[in-house]
Design a protein around this ligand. Structure first.
Ligand SMILES: Nc1ncnc2c1ncn2[C@@H]1O[C@H](COP(=O)(O)OP(=O)(O)O)[C@@H](O)[C@H]1O
Ligand SMILES: [Mg+2]
Length: 240
């Protein structure tokens, strides 16, 4: 049931941890070159969804289809090699490694030529990382670590990028940069699945959005429609 032109199709995904069912038949579609956002309060299952799509967690039932290929049971490194990369929640970088080493790891599966070209592209996108290539990743500011986390994901040349709360806890100026980045990564041809606390900004950049509650999708629609939806306004936009 993977519609033509869709980068990702999550079909009735069920995920359980021990006896607790976390995701209840969650279905989400990301079109090629689309930006799709998943919104919802803490603990509703957004990160579980991202980690299952990227092969870190296993589904009990349902399917994850990437460009027409069933990847539900694939190992996470295989999924990255197919072109699906994740910048995980909490801007995880290898703190004791240099910025350069972190980026090398992200592009480890590329041949020499592709690697050099991609490395140059990523540094053009993140000039701040170019200045810090030899520095330990753990010594970067929060915003710089987030840029490194996204840059590392981009090193695998993904066709789809999963971003789990990239703007969380960052200063307003950096938050603006992150959202500009999301738009420019899509303009370069990569589809994006974005989990965000910053609902207002997320709905501004997203073509389409889903709202999760208690492990279920309870509302979905085009970004502009969700922004005007009374339920979204009351619950996530402070009634504004
Ligand atoms: N590895 C895990 N083991 C057990 N429970 C988990 C695990 N990961 C997440 N959960 C539970 O799943 C629910 C959803 O968590 P999560 O996906 O992190 O939500 P969100 O990202 O929306 O804040 C929470 O109740 C959380 O406690
Ligand atoms: Mg989360």
């Amino acid at each position: 049931m993977n519609a033509p032109g869709s980068a990702l199709s999550v079909e009735r995904l069920v995920v359980s941890m021990g006896a607790q069912q976390i995701l209840h038949e969650v279905s989400v579609t990301v079109p090629e070159r689309g930006i799709v956002t998943v919104l919802g309060a803490n603990g509703v299952g957004k990160t579980t969804l991202m980690r299952t799509v990227s092969g870190v967690y296993r589904a009990s039932s349902g399917r994850v289809v990437f460009h027409g290929q069933d990847i539900t049971a694939q190992a996470s490194h295989r999924i990255v090699a197919l072109g699906l990369a994740q910048a995980p929640e909490g801007r995880q970088v290898f703190a004791s490694m240099s910025v350069r080493e972190n980026l090398l790891l992200g592009g480890a599966m590329l041949g020499r030529e592709d690697f050099d070209a991609t490395f140059a592209q990523v540094l053009d996108r993140f000039p701040v990382l170019r200045q810090r290539l030899g520095q330990q990743a753990g010594s970067l500011s929060g915003g710089e670590q987030q840029m490194l986390c996204i840059g590392r994901a981009l090193m695998s040349r993904p066709r789809l990028l999963l971003l789990d709360e990239p703007s969380l806890g960052l200063a307003p100026k950096i938050v603006r940069q992150i959202f500009e980045l999301v738009t420019s990564i899509r303009a370069a041809g990569t589809a994006i699945l974005l989990v965000e606390q910053n609902v207002r900004q997320a709905l501004k950049v997203a073509d389409y959005g889903y709202v999760m509650e208690g492990g279920r999708i309870v509302l979905e629609g085009p970004g502009a429609e969700l922004r005007d939806d009374a339920r979204v306004r009351d619950a996530y936009l402070g009634g504004a």
